[in-house]
Write a protein that binds this ligand. Structure first.
Ligand SMILES: [Zn+2]
Length: 282
């Protein structure tokens, strides 16, 4: 009798073992299929998923788009061009909580040139000069799945307070940052000859195109200064848009090589920030 019970117990244990092993193998197979190799893969997948979703959802506006393009520089304290990390993070948090989509350069170009938007509230965040301290925003950008565009001075990438090429590459690989041109030497384009302007616009684009393996679509004029010749040369160099420091919402009617931005000043409250970017597009 006892032998029978032992035999029955043994059989049950064996069946349980087989079921357990099969289930575990299945789970592992599933994990192998779905688990991405790196964190970058996760982000890239998210980006493409968002792109697909937004591609379907873009809505044509009745009235010309007024796009808030935010202008930041250094993420630190010191002068009017520095916004402390705490403030910048509070602003990113505001944008997240209030359902703003932070556009990539490609999305901003599409929005402005086709007068369509992926959703009601959009904003394009730009940071000029490509300071090292811009990296402080990465954890928040990853956490909230937000995006910024950094305007790099390509002749400054060896300077200690500016992003190096390696850092730019690794930031770009997160899918949270893209890079545009802020020329080679950050000179006042207004004060240069046409040939010198052409060199600043072309050489910086070529540097970014080659080193970041991209077709650089936007140039941001140093100190916002440019003239009619600059606009023509920017177009000829292959840029699709150019940004100034003129204050206001960007509108295609200003000219796509002459777009206004909204300066984010240090010390402003989140309520002031909210007022700054508030606009109704329909
Ligand atoms: Zn600058």
């Amino acid at each position: 009798m006892r032998k029978k019970w032992w035999l029955l117990g043994g059989c049950i244990a064996l069946v349980a073992l087989i079921i357990g092993t099969v289930t575990l193998t299945q789970m592992r197979k599933t994990n192998v299929r779905t688990a991405p190799a790196t964190e970058n893969d996760v982000v890239q997948d998210d980006v493409s998923a968002t792109e697909i979703k937004t591609t379907k959802a873009w809505v044509k506006l009745k009235h010309p788009l007024k796009l808030p393009i935010l202008m930041y520089h250094s993420i630190s304290s010191g002068n009017q061009l520095c916004v402390p990390k705490k403030q910048a993070v509070a602003e990113l948090t505001y944008l997240k909580r209030h359902h703003y989509q932070t556009l990539t350069t490609a999305q901003a170009i599409r929005a402005l040139t086709t007068n369509t938007v992926p959703q009601k509230k959009v904003v394009w965040i730009t940071l000029d000069d490509a300071y090292q301290d811009n990296r402080k925003l990465l954890p928040t950008l990853k956490k909230y799945r937000q995006h910024v565009t950094i305007n790099a001075i390509t002749g400054f990438t060896h300077k200690s307070n500016h992003l190096s090429l390696a850092q730019m590459r690794s930031m770009k690989a997160t899918g949270r940052v893209d890079f545009a041109s802020h020329t080679v030497q950050h000179l006042d384009l207004n004060a240069l000859t046409a040939a010198q302007q052409k060199q600043e616009l072309l050489a910086s684009k070529q540097w970014l195109d080659t080193n970041l393996k991209q077709d650089t679509q936007m140039v941001c004029y140093p100190a916002g200064r440019a003239n009619k010749t600059t606009h023509k040369l920017a177009k000829k160099a292959g840029y699709k848009l150019a940004l100034t420091t003129q204050e206001g919402f960007a509108k295609l009617s200003e000219g796509r090589y002459n777009l206004s931005r909204l300066r984010v000043e240090p010390g402003i409250s989140t309520a002031t920030f909210a007022d700054l970017i508030a606009v109704t597009n329909s």
